[in-house]
Design a protein around this ligand. Sequence first.
Ligand SMILES: Nc1nc2c(ncn2[C@@H]2O[C@H](COP(=O)(O)O[C@H]3[C@@H](O)[C@H](n4cnc5c(=O)[nH]c(N)nc54)O[C@@H]3COP(=O)(O)O)[C@@H](O)[C@H]2O)c(=O)[nH]1
Length: 698
Amino acid sequence: MDTCIPTTAVNESDFGGYRSLFENAVEGIYRTTPDGRYLDANPALARIYGYDSPEELIAGLTDIARDLYVNSVDRALFKEVLERDSVVRNFEARVYNKDRRIIWISENARAVRNSAGQVVCYEGTVQDISERKRSEESLRLAAAVFETVGEAIVVTDSNQNILAVNAAFERMTDWTAAEVVAKPCDIFATEMIGFAEIAEIWRLAASGGLWSGETWISRKDSDPFPAALAMSAIPGEDSKADRFVLLLRDITSRRRDEQRIKFHACHDSLTKLVNRRTVMESLAESMIRAERNGQRLAVLYLDVNRFKDINDSFGHGVGDDLLRQVARRLKACVRASDIIGRLGGDEFVIVLPSVADRGTAEVCVNKVTYAFTEPFTINELELYSSSSIGVALYPDDADTAETLLSRADAAMYHAKRNGLHFSFFDIDMDRQAADRVNLENDLRHALATKQFQLAYQPKVDVGQRRIIGAEALIRWRHPERGAVSPAVFIPVAERAGLIGAIDDWVLSEACSQIGRWRERGLDLPAISVNISPAQFHDGRLTDKVRAGLDTSGLDPTMLELEITETMMASDVDRAIEILGQLTAMGVKVSLDDFGTGYSSLAYLKLFPVSTLKIDRTFVDDLPDDVKDGAIISSIIALAENLGFAVIAEGVETPAQARFLRERGCTAMQGFLFSRPLDGEQFARLLETGIDVLESFGP
Ligand SMILES: Nc1nc2c(ncn2[C@@H]2O[C@H](COP(=O)(O)O[C@H]3[C@@H](O)[C@H](n4cnc5c(=O)[nH]c(N)nc54)O[C@@H]3COP(=O)(O)O)[C@@H](O)[C@H]2O)c(=O)[nH]1
C-alpha cells in the first residue's frame, strides 16, 4: 500500500520542481492524513492559522477534527465529500487559529488514493476568507435593515433615477419597487412643495451635506402625506455624488398630534371658539392693521344672562350645551373675517376688525341680541336667555388690546346692571370698574379688620301676634364709603371668591348673638342665616354648622338656613344628601326667594326643607295684582299639601298682610313689622314686642 510520508522538510521531488511555488504561494497548501494529521504545510498556511512556521503548525495541530474546526461536523462533512467524490471545492468553514480566534477559511482539496483506490492522504489549499465573510455579513445585515426598517428608503443614481426602494417605501406610498425603479425620483414629489425647493434639497445633498427637514410625498393613488426626509449623497470614486439615499418617515400622526395640541392651546375645548389668549393676540394684530389702514375696530364683550341660574338649575351638562349653542348662534351673526372667542364662563367676545362708526357696530349688536330671542332647546327643555353686550371702539376708547377689552367688559357690566341689552363704553364706566376692584380689595380688608355687623329682621306670626324668629342680615360700614348694601357687595364677594369666608362669619356671629340674648333672658324661637351657593357646595357646610352650634350651645332646632332653589338644582342627589345631614342634626332649612328660580315640583317633594319663603316680588303689588295673588295662593296651597310651612317676605303694607293672612299665610317678614335692627335694638324689640301686630285680630 502506498503511503504519504509525514515530513516537515518537503523533498523537491514531492512537488515535482514546484518547491518555490509551494513556499511562496499566497494560499495555504497542505497535505494531511485522512485521520487528521498534517504531513506538509506551507508558510502561507502557517500564517493563516497564526503559527510562526509550518513546523510549528505540524507539531501543534495534531488532530484537525478536534483542534481546528469550530464545528466538528464540518470536518466530518469535508471527509465525507472527499471519500465520496475525491474532491472538495470551495468548502467554507469556521476554524480556530493558534490563538483560538475564529476565522473563516475556504478549502479546495482532493483525496490522494493508492493504486487500490484507498485514500492515503488529502492535499489541498486554504484561503482566509474572514474579510469576505465580514463584508458579506454586513451586506446581509444592511439588506435586512433595508427591507425591515420602518422608514422608507430610496436609493437613486446621480441623475436622480431610482435604483432601489425598500418594502417600507412600498407600504408608505402604495408604489411597488417594479413601478418606480429606473424612474426619475420626482415621481413621488408633490405639487405641495415647489420645484425650487426640491432643486435646493438635491443641491445641498449633492454638495456633500445631509439635508434633513420636512416635506410632502405623494402616494400612488391617494393624498400626499407629510414626511420627515433625510437625504445624503454617497460619493463615487471621483468623490462626486454618485448615489443618493433618501430616508423618509411618515409624520402624519405626529403632525395631527401637533395640530391637535396647537388647536387646544388656541381654542376653548367646549365651544371650539378661540380662547382668551388667541383673542388677545388676534385683537392686538387687528389693532395694528386698523391703525395702518386708518380704520376703526369694535370689541363686543358679551355675557349670557341667567346662565348661572340655568347651570345651577339644570346641571352643567345643560349649561355646557347652552354655551355651545350660543357659540353657534354668535358665529352665524358675524363674518368669517371677524374674530369670535370665548373668554371663559359665560363670557364671549366678538372683534369686528373694520367698522365705520358706532352705528356699524350696533348692527352686529342687534343681530346678536336678536339671536337670543329664540329659545334654546336642550334635552327637550326650552330655555330662554338673553345677552348683555358691552362695546368699546379702537382707537376711540383705548390703544392697547388689554385696555380695549377691559373697557368693553366695563360697558357690558354697565349694561347688565342697568338691564340694558348693550352699552357703549364711556369713561365713567372705567371709574366704576376701578370702583369694583377697589371694593374687592376693601372687602378683603373688611374681613380682616372686622368691619361687618349683623342686623336682625323679625319674622312674625300675625295670627299669634308674636315674633317667631329673625333673619340675620349682614351689614358693612366702611370707614370712608359708609354703609355698603349687601346687594352691592355680596355679588362682588361671590365674584372674588370671598363669600365663603363672609358666610362663615355670619353663621358663627348669628349663633353667638342668640346665645347673648338668651343670657339676658330674651327668648327668640329661631334665627335664620342666608347660605350662599358657594357655601352650600363647599362640602364643609355641615361641619361648620355643627361647630357654630357647639360653640354657642344653640339648640339645632332654633337655627334655620335660608337657601335658594337654584342651589339645589345642579346636583339634586348631593343637595338632598346635604339637606338630609342638616335636618338630621335638627337644623331647619327654608327655600328663599321661592317662585323665582326654576323650581322643579317633582324634586320639591324630595327636598327635606321645612319652609317655603314667598319671594318679595310676588308680594310687592298685592292686593291689586291678580296674577301675583294667584301665584301666592298656589304657593300657599302647595306648601300646605306638601307639609311645608310658608312665610311671605317684603310685607310693607297692612293690605298685603291682610291678603296673605286671608289666604292662609300668617308668617310674614317685612318693613311693616320692622326694618332690620342691630343686636341691641332687636333685644329691645324682643322686650317690647311689635306694636303693629296688635292691629291683627286672633
Ligand atoms: N349670603 C348672604 N346674603 C345676604 C346676607 N345678608 C343679606 N344678604 C343678601 O343680600 C341681599 C340684600 O340684603 P338686604 O339689603 O339686607 O335686604 C334684606 C332686607 O333688608 C330686605 N327686606 C326685608 N323686608 C323688606 C321689605 O319689606 N321691603 C323691601 N324692599 N326689602 C325688604 O330684603 C332682604 C332680605 O332678603 P332675603 O334674604 O331674600 O330674605 C339679599 O338678597 C340678602 O339675601 C348674608 O349674611 N349672607
